[in-house]
Design a protein around this ligand. Structure first.
Ligand SMILES: Nc1ncnc2c1ncn2[C@@H]1O[C@H](COP(=O)(O)OP(=O)(O)OP(=O)(O)O)[C@@H](O)[C@H]1O
Ligand SMILES: [Mg+2]
Length: 490
């Protein structure tokens, strides 16, 4: 009898270990990481008593142990208390709120239980994908809803069970106001990039949206930046929030920042020099206006380098395609406006260029945080014109950091991924047609047809950076929006 029991116990213990051993954690990233993500108290995901199915999703995503923000936030989020969490870019805030949301989801109940609000459509797509990945062994139904898509599809989708909604404020309010999305039993209200969502353009929408939620709902705010504007909202709507602040210093340890002092007329030339000298895996190049995004993309293509572009005035279908293809390494460089400044997570980006210097410290921080994800290394180079010098000084002061002038040569070890057993996706080589064919062959979601592709992308031959790559330089201009001003870029 006793022996039987011992045998049973041993079998159970073995099974307990087995389930983890059998997982296919194929994404484990062995590259060295900075203390921004490694300085933890040493807890493990198993310590939070999460559902087995959720743990399986976490480990299969390649997450070995919680990052500091996850360690701080997951237990509190599970307790239901309001949260204000501040942590550096790329340190895992998304999973810090997605994991507790999935854990709390009662999949037997046909009700929306969590709303995750984000400021942009691209970020909504990315975040819903994280929910789906981490929850892939659970039965939780995740729905993404944003502007720029047909409302009808969302209405149809909501006829089926939905447990977690990820969306942008305008569309979510629309669905709530029409009585299509029912938030009356939705106890978790998460705002990612909360300071952006609480800027004057969004706050009235958020306030209206909250009126559809139960009075005792939990509100959690996450961001790397919390300027004072969030205080009024917090005082009004949050109940003794648990505050997490992991930003004893503001900038990421893995990112090396430089500035190049250039005249406006030298910027394109300077970028050309960077392209020829740097080892760019993928880069994001920020401009301050949609006009300048398009003009610069055109210049870069004329120089013979491949690039896509994206900004808020483009058709949503084009924006999605650019985002999807850039993520998949179809193109090496992406020129964009501040549309993609927040939250966008593309591990292969190792260089960020501020072609135009941003106006404030928050924007600067979020932009440069597109590289150096999850404690890795990256390079941020800002072009500073004569007029930007006051901004540079102010931003340096606000961030408590000194941005150095760019040296004549940059040590690759500062930003180039070491050759390990982890392969960062690299842009594919070949013509745009070959690239398309390769993607289709790999069975990836590529829902545009060839005609659309030809119509929306102009093909330019180019020597590429690192050999033989040809690509289009972005989507066609929205005809409602005027052409670029030829004087604005030289
Ligand atoms: N525990 C973990 N172990 C390994 N990788 C992780 C872990 N948590 C998150 N990551 C990875 O880290 C990257 C950055 O995560 P995430 O996008 O959530 O950062 P963030 O803090 O939201 O950044 P941002 O402020 O820029 O929005 C993602 O690629 C994610 O898969
Ligand atoms: Mg984020």
């Amino acid at each position: 009898m006793t022996e039987n029991l011992i045998q049973k116990f041993e079998n159970t213990t073995l099974n307990e270990q087995d389930w983890k051993a059998q997982l296919q954690a194929n994404n484990i990233d062995k590259r060295p990481k900075t203390e921004d993500v490694t300085k933890t108290r040493g807890t493990e995901f198993e310590d939070y008593y999460l559902k087995r199915e959720l743990l399986m999703g976490i480990f299969e995503a390649g997450f070995e142990r919680p990052s500091p923000i996850q360690e701080e936030s997951i237990p509190i989020a599970l307790s239901g208390r309001d949260i204000l969490a501040r942590a550096k870019n790329g340190t895992g805030k998304t999973a810090a709120f997605v994991i507790p949301s999935l854990e709390k989801a009662d999949t037997k109940k046909n009700k929306i239980q969590t709303l995750i609000l984000v400021p942009t459509r691209e970020l909504a797509l990315q975040t819903s994908q994280v929910c789906k990945n981490l929850g892939k062994h659970m039965n939780a139904k995740v729905m993404v809803t944003t502007g720029g898509t047909t409302l009808r599809d969302d209405i149809l989708r909501l006829n089926d069970p939905v447990h977690i909604v990820v969306g942008t404020p305008g569309r979510v309010l629309d669905l709530a106001g029409k009585g299509v999305a029912n938030f009356s039993e939705c106890m978790t209200f998460v705002m990612d990039e909360a300071d952006k969502l609480l800027s004057p353009e969004f706050t009235p929408i958020i306030e209206q949206l909250l009126s559809y939620f139960p009075k005792n709902r939990q509100i959690s705010l996450y961001s790397a930046t919390f300027p004072l504007i969030v205080k009024a909202f917090m005082d009004k709507h949050l109940n003794k929030p648990y505050e997490i602040n992991l930003m004893d210093e503001l900038t990421l340890r893995g990112i090396t920042q430089y500035y190049a002092f250039v005249d406006e007329s030298q910027k394109v030339h300077c970028l050309n020099t960077l392209f020829s000298k740097l080892q760019i895996n993928q880069s994001i190049i920020f401009c301050n206006s949609t006009n300048r995004v398009e003009l610069l993309a055109k210049k870069i293509t004329e120089l013979g380098y491949s690039c896509f572009y994206s900004h808020a005035k483009m058709l949503q279908s084009h924006r999605n395609r650019v985002f999807h293809n850039f993520r998949n390494g179809v193109c090496r460089n992406l020129v964009c406006s501040d549309l993609l400044t927040r939250g966008i997570d593309i591990q292969a980006v190792n260089v960020v260029v501020n072609f135009d210097f941003p106006k404030n410290a928050e924007t600067y921080l979020h932009r440069i945080g597109r590289s150096g994800r999850f404690g890795h290394r990256g390079l941020a180079i800002s072009f500073i014109s004569w007029a930007d010098r006051f901004n540079l000084y102010r931003i340096e002061n606000e961030l408590g950091t000194e941005i150095q002038p760019i040296p004549s040569s940059i040590d690759p070890s500062l930003y180039v991924f070491p050759n390990g057993n982890y392969q960062v996706p690299r842009p594919l080589t070949g013509t745009a047609e070959q690239t398309l064919a390769a993607h289709q062959a790999r069975g990836q979601e590529f829902n545009n047809n060839r005609n659309n592709y030809r119509d929306n992308y102009r093909n330019h031959s180019g020597r590429g950076n690192g050999g033989g790559y040809r690509g289009g330089y972005g989507a066609r201009r929205n005809p409602r929006y005027g052409g670029p001003n030829p004087k604005s870029l030289s």
